[in-house]
Write a protein that binds this ligand. Sequence first.
Ligand SMILES: *[C@@H]1O[C@H](CO)[C@@H](O)[C@H](O)[C@H]1NC(C)=O
Ligand SMILES: *[C@@H]1O[C@H](CO)[C@@H](O)[C@H](O)[C@H]1NC(C)=O
Ligand SMILES: *[C@@H]1O[C@H](CO)[C@@H](O)[C@H](O)[C@H]1NC(C)=O
Length: 972
Amino acid sequence: MRPLALLLLAHLALLAAAPAAEAKGGGAGLDDDVLGLIVFKADVTDPDGRLTTWSEYDARACNWAGVTCDARTGRVSALSLAGFGLSGKLGRGLLRLEALQSLSLARNNLSGDVPADLARLPALQTLDLSGNAFAGAIPNGLFSRCRALRDVSLAGNAFSGDIPRDVAACATLASLNLSSNRLAGALPSDIWSLNALRTLDLSGNAVTGDLPVGISKMFNLRALNLRGNRLTGGLPDDIGDCPLLRSVDLGSNSLSGNLPESLRRLSTCTYLDLSSNEFTGSVPTWVGEMASLEVLDLSGNKFSGEIPGSIGGLMSLKELRLSGNGFTGGLPESIGGCKSLMHVDVSWNSLTGALPGWVFASAVQWVSVSENTLSGEVSVPANASSELRGVDLSNNVFSGVIPSEISKLQNLQMLNMSWNSFSGSIPPSILAMKSLEALDLTANRINGSIPAVIGGDSLKELRLGKNSLTGKIPPQIGNCSSLASLDLSRNNLTGTIPETIANLANLQTADLSRNQLTGGLPKNLSNLPHLLHFNISHNQLSGDLPPGSFFDTIPLSSVADNPGLCGAKLNSSCPGVLPKPIVLNPDSSTDPLSQTVPVPAGGPRHKKTILSISALVAIGAAVLIAVGVITITVLNLRVRTPGSHSAAVLELSDGYLSQSPTTDVNAGKLVMFGGGNPEFSASTHALLNKDCELGRGGFGTVYKTNLRDGQPVAIKKLTVSSLVKSQVEFEREVKMLGKLHHRNLVALKGYYWTPSLQLLIYEFVSGGNLHKLLHESSTTNCLSWKERFDIILGIARSLAHLHRHDIIHYNLKSSNILLDGSGEAKVGDYGLAKLLPMLDRYVLSSKVQSALGYMAPEFACRTVKITEKCDVYGFGVIILEILTGRTPVEYMEDDVIVLCDVVRGALDEGKVDECVDERLCGKFPPEEAIPIMKLGLVCTSQVPSNRPDMYEVVNILELIRCPQDSPETELG
Ligand SMILES: *[C@@H]1O[C@H](CO)[C@@H](O)[C@H](O)[C@H]1NC(C)=O
Ligand SMILES: *[C@@H]1O[C@H](CO)[C@@H](O)[C@H](O)[C@H]1NC(C)=O
Ligand SMILES: *[C@@H]1O[C@H](CO)[C@@H](O)[C@H](O)[C@H]1NC(C)=O
């Protein structure tokens, strides 16, 4: 086809040189149509294949896509290729279509310039080249040679230069659309001589100069659109004498002067837009005579005076836009008489007086009176309009309460009452409105709390900042599934940020700054996919920032001034002092974690004492205690010898388990390290009684029981079952802990495993725990200096041993340090964090929360790796605790006393010996007491790397001890 096209091009190039009328001589008109279109096709690219029906072998073009022929002559009369996706140049092929009346190439991607001869096609009436990429000047002669042209659109191209001076020569023109090009220069002075013209659209160009005089000659003109140019001067005085003018858009120019009085004669005009110009003067009363007006837009000018009440007579008026002028006086009540009015914008004027009643009681849908000085109370009448969709009362001086009747406006989507002087509380019914999308009450004097009924599905924007709201952020806020923007800043809100905020999947910006919020940030906040801004500065929040890139890169200003908050952004030097409201007694039996395990509250309590291995298993059945006696049948007993450690393995078929749908019916597995005693196979009925409970900790509840041979054991029922690793990993970790023999560690003797229940069996240590010994007033025991020192040294040695085996204790506190009959310290509860799938800091810190005061500051900081140095910190606290007899953190009425700080202060004042426990039995040597106190302080350094290793601590302690033990130093 290419060679053919080239051939044709050559042929046509010859023909084009001769006048079209002469070329017709051969009577080859029909062939000309086919040839002309094939040449047109050869010039363009047709990526969508819309022109595939166009074949040069066809004798006629009438069945081709986009082609219409005249039924009588068979000649092509219309070519409509709008939106065909064509690109390339508009060649000369179409000039052959002598019978063409209508040509539309709109919305393609044709470029280059337009052949001036196009207008010479004798029959062409409609030429639509809009929405292409044609550029350059509109060709000279396009209009001067026009024959039958009526409708021309060159809109939406890149034409530049002047509007062609010859346009007025095309007297047949009825519509001319040159909008959205780059045309410049002034309007041709004779443009108004186009008196057949009905519509003229030159909008969106860069036309300059004044409007020429004589527009009243345009007695056919219906629509005039010169919007978006650079026109200057005034409106033609005779503009109102164009009798058919319906639509006038002169917006966004630089027109000035007063409104000419002739306008009052445009009684059929429906659309008058003079916005964004520099018109001055007042809007005369006669505007009420423009009885057909549907849209009156005078916004963004310099009009002054009062809004004429006569506007109320415009029965067809739908939109009244007067914003951004200098109007004064009141907003006329009469406007309520405009029965068709839907949209009113009088914002940014200097209006005074009260809000007229029609705002809430007419067919109006959108009203803005923003940025005026309207005042008084806002009342919503009984017959409130159900049409109202949006009200903007912002930036006035309205006062009084927010009327709860607003909630009657069932279609209300937007309510903006910000920057006024409204007072009282937020009526709950407003927040429950089903259709409300945006509520802005910013900067008023609103008090009370945020109603908990909040939670419309449609609410996207809620702004309550800069008020005097108190109380908590209601968790129901999490029900606002569409919420994208939330501003509660600068109030007096207290309590925590509800976890439910992390449910707001569409949240983009949240400002909670400058309140008195406490507690930590919901961790799941980092899952919010659209979050852009999250400002929580100037509160009393604490803990780590949530993980993830959003909070890693949050601007410092968004989190500033929260003394307890730490994280990557905050220098990672987390404060050691935890916020006061978390009042936790290390011995507390209200461990939040253990409460997640159902423990029967009442039920019959059998006082039978159990002396059987079966008890181990029965502990797991705490759920079923109320059921009564639990039978355990030992089905099978094998003994095996794994390595140097022989273990007794009992496979227990737990008859009781089948009673509970939640527990596993499979056999549990009991393993005792160090060799099994066949006597363990007792098939005794067993029941575990709460009286045997020894205590509860972060990882579980501890019971005391005796083995069959009478040996007492402590059994820890893990309450972190759901988090525990697989059986294989669990067993591997537990066996490793079982190998850690040390005189200062509570020995792990065995374990019991089912998927839903894990027990750890420890040696029973008879002397109670250090916490009781030190702090419980009823205790008559008092510890001597030597006993205290021995305990410290024992703990240090056990920790050094753990660390040598790469085990971090994680949960060091005085209640985990037991004393045996001879006063030897035995550290328990070590390494349990290793049983969890990963060392998730959040899980971990909630487990060791009861160890408040012992917890190294890096626990609160995600960015710092947790190492064995966290144990050194806890150990340092224990040193101070043992020496002073005080708890790590003491809660006074209005104060929190942190032990380390007390000792540090005393050391600075040289009075450290005054810190030593008054209840200490006998005397203490200051030459030991002071170095140990110092050691305790070094161990509690905020920065982990500043703390010594445990083996160094042991060395130091042994060095401190030496002088006392050696008589030489006593002499020296
Ligand atoms: C429009 O045409 C130009 C060149 O003529 C080409 O670069 C561009 O990709 C085309 N655009 C589309 C949307 O086809
Ligand atoms: C002029 O053409 C543009 C683009 O095709 C169109 O949006 C606009 O409505 C036209 N103007 C008139 C008055 O028809
Ligand atoms: C908010 O709380 C601060 C500090 O408690 C107090 O000074 C201020 O008066 C309170 N503001 C309001 C509006 O209640």
